[in-house]
Design a binder for this molecule. Sequence first.
Ligand code: HEC
Ligand code: HEC
Length: 218
Amino acid sequence: MYKLLKLLAVLSLWPVMAQAQAPAWNEIRGELKVALETKGDATRGEAAFEQCQGCHRKDASGRVSGAYPRLAGQHATVLMKQIADIRAGRRNNPKMEPFIDDHVLTPFEISDLAVYLQALPISPENGKGPGTGMGKGKQLYDKDCAQCHGAQGEGDAAKFYPMVAAQHYRYLLREVQLIRDGDRRNSNPDMVKAIKPYTVLEMEAVADYMSHFVPPKK
Ligand code: HEC
Ligand code: HEC
């Protein structure tokens, strides 16, 4: 009986213990640390980007269909974190894995790619939402999202908050859903909490609104 109680006590503590051991969503360690500490080289980044163009396109504008996100103009810190997280399995991306795994890219090249991509001009021709959710979308965005992603969707490089302005509607919508359902495991937990109660209509509205931001001038 005592043994059973002890087992139950351990089991009930398990989630707490597991949580305590899991690194924070934004912990700077491993290859993210190396990439951040490396001075990236845009010329080398341009060469490394050749193997990415088939999906993300030559100008890194992605696809209007949302199948592939725009990378051009995204904060270098965000790009480095996302690539490192995908490589570490914290974010699923089976299509891309063969092109970015550690046989193909070094942490130094992650830095080169990020520096190159951040400096590329942002196309204003992104895939936009239908425009029917703008009022509701603005209401939700200003309440739940603007404090991190910025009033105009500009994000925050220092905090790894992505620029969502001029990103493709269908990609934004897919990511919001993955975040809500816990399938994008590298996400800021405060964001997950904010999106958790969203209905499909609310996710569509907020993605619609985000997709209509004018890209920030650099
Ligand atoms: C076979 C297609 C394919 C190739 C090649 C590819 N990617 Fe991707 N990439 C994707 C897909 C699909 C996603 C979006 C996954 C999702 O929906 O979450 C993505 C997402 C990303 C993201 C995350 C963007 C964000 O806003 O969070 C980065 C960064 C990225 N790719 C960089 C690269 C780089 C750098 C290369 C080349 C070394 C590359 N990709 C090659 C398919 C590809
Ligand atoms: C506490 C800060 C915070 C809040 C609040 C927040 N986010 Fe985020 N968001 C982040 C961070 C950090 C990431 C990148 C997470 C990661 O590393 O995967 C992100 C990523 C995203 C992405 C994926 C972007 C990409 O390029 O892949 C979308 C879409 C998004 N957030 C939408 C929203 C929406 C919609 C809301 C409001 C309902 C919201 N976020 C609220 C911090 C926040």
